[in-house]
Design a protein around this ligand. Structure first.
Ligand code: FRU
Length: 495
């Protein structure tokens, strides 16, 4: 068993090695967003802070630019900004996770670190269509995730619960008062749910309860559940399939360890953009709750076109920026890019107390206009404009628009003219439309844009693929004057 796993890992590394150079040379290569060293990446898995370092595992196909035989890639970081790629951690090698071709293998899961041992739980998937079987498995590592040994008694959960279905995956594990708990996403009759299991030893699991479920209003299948305590409240995050334009959901509420039931107080969207899915979180050494998400989308999402033009350069997939999650007084969540990102800043420019009129856009000097950060504050009380917007990565007839529609109280990202490939507009309510001050924190990289506004309560991520000669940054207004309190702009280094 160990021999087969080692051999599968060796083959995977060999395959990956062949494309690393092409990926480095890719015109779309991200500068500071974590991305695959080659081929396909999707969900973050088992993200964890361990012995002073951050570790991220992730869904990875080291043989091709699409989903395929799924492995767990692995990288670590001291600061959440500079990541070092490590050998692939898990490869499909056992009967319960092998299939002749197509999509199979070691699917998403999570990790737990205890007494120097890193435990990974993951879904093993094999078979296609009606014959697809998803079971939960365990692997242990004694060297912080460099090498894993799969449990001889795998699978540790060999069938879905009565209340579930064949779609039964993405275990999230945690420990509480000497017992282990695990939730998995599943569904029945088109209603998504998360089911809770309990164990004394991590190998024998008993079904405990349905922790939370949809009655149809929250999607038909819940993928990649995440669950944690934050300032005395409990937070359940999941990625619902079939919920139209909503795709990364959170619920805050209460949880009862006696019954295993979660009750919701508030719900919200982790990210309203196009490209953010399957986030997972962990607590770090500073007590922060850090969340990592996959910056792409699936073919069943309404705006899907394909996985993006990076595939021609033999890679596909990056993570969105690591975000610190906080809970607000009204139990909603807020998200902020981690402060460590400041170490990438270069060439500071600031603009203060400006008035921008309809025909007088402001050209902002923000690094080289390709990878940069903008921190913006608008004086709402002195603004008469009905709309203001940023044109990012503009040039050669292309631009990506980040729009604040004050008149209609909306916030939008429009990437229909971004690059000749991307399309679509995402919009949501701008919560701070009537407040004294409107703030926006914008991060742009070679192939993505992320915007944090409404004090971090509204976030939008979008992948875009303009050429490097699209590098102008402008701020425009319409229907009156825009009063800018301050703009800070920086270039951002390659991590
Ligand atoms: C979510 C997901 C998971 C699954 C994994 C396979 O993006 O569909 O449910 O485990 O991707 O790579």
């Amino acid at each position: 068993m160990e021999k087969e796993h080692k051999e599968a890992l060796r083959r995977a590394e060999e395959s990956l090695e062949k494309v690393k150079k092409d990926v480095e040379a890719s015109e779309y290569r991200q500068r500071y967003h974590f991305m695959t060293p080659g081929y396909w990446l999707n969900d973050p898995n088992g993200v964890i802070y361990m012995d002073g370092e951050y570790h991220a595992f992730y869904q990875h196909n080291p043989y091709g630019i699409f989903l395929g035989p799924m492995h767990w890639g692995h990288a670590k970081s001291k600061d959440l900004v500079h990541w070092e790629h490590l050998p692939i951690a898990l490869a499909p090698s056992e009967e319960y996770e092998l299939y002749p071709e197509g999509v199979y293998g070691c699917y998403s899961g999570s990790t737990l670190y205890e007494n120097g041992v890193l435990y990974a739980v993951y879904t093993a998937s094999r078979g296609a269509g009606e014959k697809n079987v998803q079971v939960q498995c365990l692997a242990r590592s004694y060297d912080q995730g460099t090498t894993f040994v799969k449990e001889p008694s795998n699978p540790i959960i060999s069938r879905p619960p009565e209340c579930g279905s064949r779609d039964f995956r993405d275990p999230k594990i945690w420990e509480h008062e000497g017992k282990y708990y695990m939730i998995c996403g599943t569904c029945s009759d088109g209603f998504g749910k998360v089911v809770l299991y309990r164990s004394d030893n991590m190998t024998d699991w008993e079904f405990f309860n349905v922790m939370a479920e949809s009655r149809g209003e929250y999607g038909k299948m819940w993928e990649c559940p995440d669950f944690f305590e934050l300032d005395g409240r409990y937070v359940l995050v999941f990625s619902p399939m079939g919920l139209g334009y909503r795709k990364t959901f959170y619920m805050t509420g209460d949880f009862d360890y006696e019954s295993g039931r979660f009750s919701m107080l508030t719900e919200g969207e982790v990210d309203w953009g196009f490209d953010y899915y399957a986030p997972q979180s962990f607590e770090d050494g500073k007590g922060r709750r850090i969340m990592l998400g996959w910056a792409n989308n699936w073919d069943w999402m309404p705006w899907f076109k394909d996985y993006g033009p990076t595939q021609k350069d033999k890679w596909c997939g990056s993570f969105a920026l690591p975000r610190e999650v906080k809970i607000c007084e009204d139990n909603r969540l807020s998200f902020a890019p981690v402060e460590e990102l400041k170490i990438l800043r270069n060439g500071h420019k600031s603009y203060e107390e400006l008035e921008i009129g309809q025909e007088e856009p402001l050209n902002i000097e923000a690094g080289d206009g390709i990878s940069f950060e903008l921190d913006v504050s608008v004086d709402r009380s002195k603004t008469t404009a009905e709309q203001f917007w940023f044109e990012l990565r503009a040039g050669q007839g292309f631009k990506t628009v980040v729009l604040f529609d004050l008149k209609n109280g909306m916030f939008k990202i429009d990437r229909s003219d971004a690059d000749g490939w991307s399309r679509g507009v995402q919009s949501c309510t701008l919560e701070d439309r009537g407040k004294e001050e409107i703030k926006a924190h914008i991060f742009v990289d070679r192939s993505s844009v992320e915007v944090f506004t409404d004090r971090g309560r509204t976030v939008m991520s979008a992948n875009i693929f303009p050429k490097d000669n699209c590098s102008m940054t402008r701020l425009c207004a319409k229907g009156g004057k825009l009063r800018v309190k301050r703009i800070d702009a920086w270039g951002l280094d390659r991590a």
